[in-house]
Design a protein around this ligand. Structure first.
Ligand code: GDP
Length: 332
C-alpha cells in the first residue's frame, strides 16, 4: 500500500519500483473538486519476476489522502480497508476451503513524508498512530532530489526522533543472526540506518555517462533513481521484493492479524456471554450478578451455533455471522 499526500511522487515511485505504467488512466482532479475530496482506495495488480521467481503483487493506492480542506480522520477509509481484508481472511479461514485462501491482507504500507516541511506533519503523526497496530509502516522521505545530502541526513534524523517521540511503531527490521558474515551485518546495519528511505522516482529514461538509466534531467545534471549515491531507491526495492518480503508477511500474520483475530474473538465472546446473561436474567431466581466471565476459546463455538443461528453454515461449520470491528469498543 502507498499512502501520503497527493503530489509526493507515490505513483511515480510505484512505476519506477515495478517498471510499469500503472496510472495511465488516472484522472487528476482540480483544486475545486479536491476541496471536498474523500479518500478512495484503488487496487492494481502487477506481475514481477525476481531472480526467476514470479510474483503477483497488489498495489493499493489512496488517492485523495490529505487533499481536502478538513483532513480530520482521513486515515479512516484506509484503516477500514485494512480491517476489511483481515475480516475477509478471518471468514475464509473459518470456512471449508482453507487451503486455497487468497491473501489480500496488506503486508506493507509505504508512507510518504514531504521533503518540504520540518519533519512530520500532524497528519503524518495521526495517520501512522492510527495504523501502526494494523500494518507494517515503512516511512519514505519523498522527492529526495529536492534536498542536499546534509539536508537529507538532518531530515531523516528529525523524522526518526519524532517517530520515537510520538510512540509510533514503524516496521522493525529483524536483527540478523550473530553468525552472519561481516558484510551482511554491515549491509543490514546500513539498511536500518536508512530509515526513512529517501527516494527519487522517475518515469523517464535518460542518458547518463553513456548509459540509459531511469532518472531526472535537470539543467545542472542528472539524478539517477538507481544510483545508491543519489538515493535509497535500490535499498527500498531490495528490501521489499528480496530480503524482507517474507518477514513483512510474517509480521502481518503473527502480529497484526493475530491482534485482529484475538480482539474479534474476544468481542464475539463478550457478545455471547452477554446474550447468555440476558437469558439468565429473564428466568426468575437465576439472575447473574457477578462479573461477565470470559469464555475459553472452545466454548464460543457451541454458543455461536446455538444462540446465533446464522453463524452456522450448511456444513455445520461455524462461520462468523457478522464480524464486529474489534478495534471499536462494544456498546454496553
Ligand atoms: P502522487 O500524487 O503522490 O502519486 O504523485 P505523482 O507520482 O503523480 O507525482 C507528482 C509530481 O511530482 C509529478 O510531476 C512527478 O513527475 C513529480 N515527481 C515524482 N517523483 C519525484 C521525485 O522523486 N522528485 C521530484 N523532484 N519530482 C518527482
Amino acid at each position: 500500500m502507498v499512502a501520503g499526500e497527493s503530489g509526493l511522487g507515490k505513483s511515480t515511485l510505484v512505476n519506477s519500483l515495478f517498471l510499469t505504467d500503472l496510472y495511465r488512466d488516472r484522472k487528476l482532479l482540480g483544486a475545486e473538486e479536491r476541496i471536498m475530496q474523500t479518500v478512495e482506495i484503488t487496487k492494481h495488480a502487477v506481475d514481477i519476476e525476481e531472480k526467476g521467481v514470479r510474483l503477483r503483487l497488489t498495489i493499493v493506492d489512496t488517492p485523495g489522502f490529505g487533499d481536502a480542506v478538513n483532513n480530520t480522520e482521513c486515515w479512516k477509509p484506509v484503516a477500514e480497508y485494512i480491517d476489511q481484508q483481515f475480516e475477509q481472511y478471518f471468514r475464509d479461514e473459518s470456512g471449508l476451503n482453507r487451503k486455497n485462501i487468497q491473501d489480500n491482507r496488506v503486508h506493507c504500507c509505504l508512507y510518504f513524508i514531504s521533503p518540504f516541511g520540518h519533519g512530520l506533519r500532524p497528519l503524518d503523526v495521526e495517520f501512522m498512530k492510527a495504523l501502526h497496530q494494523r500494518v507494517n509502516i515503512v516511512p519514505i522521505l519523498a522527492k529526495a532530489d529536492t534536498l542536499t545530502p546534509p539536508e537529507v541526513d538532518r531530515k531523516k534524523r528529525k523524522i526518526r526522533e519524532e517517530i520515537e517521540h510520538f510512540g509510533i511503531k514503524i516496521y522493525q527490521f529483524p536483527d540478523c543472526d550473530s553468525d552472519e558474515d561481516e558484510d551482511f551485518k554491515l549491509q543490514d546495519q546500513a539498511l536500518k540506518e536508512s530509515i526513512p528511505f529517501a527516494v527519487i522516482g522517475s518515469n523517464t529514461v535518460v542518458e547518463a555517462r553513456g548509459r540509459r538509466v531511469r532518472g531526472r534531467l535537470y539543467p545542472w545534471g542528472i539524478v539517477e533513481v538507481e544510483n545508491p549515491g543519489h538515493c535509497d531507491f535500490v535499498k527500498l526495492r531490495t528490501m521489499l521484493v528480496r530480503t524482507h518480503m517474507q518477514d513483512l508477511k510474517d509480521v502481518t500474520r503473527e502480529t497484526h492479524y493475530e491482534n485482529y483475530r484475538a480482539q474479534c474473538i474476544q468481542s464475539m465472546t463478550r457478545l455471547v456471554v452477554k446474550e447468555r446473561n440476558r437469558k439468565y436474567d429473564q428466568k426468575p431466581g437465576q439472575s447473574w450478578q457477578g462479573e461477565i466471565p470470559s469464555l475459553a476459546l472452545g466454548e464460543t463455538k457451541p454458543y455461536f451455533c446455538s444462540s446465533i443461528g446464522p453463524g452456522l453454515n450448511l456444513s455445520g461449520c461455524w462461520s462468523p455471522p457478522s464480524l464486529i470491528n474489534p478495534f471499536l469498543p462494544l456498546a454496553n
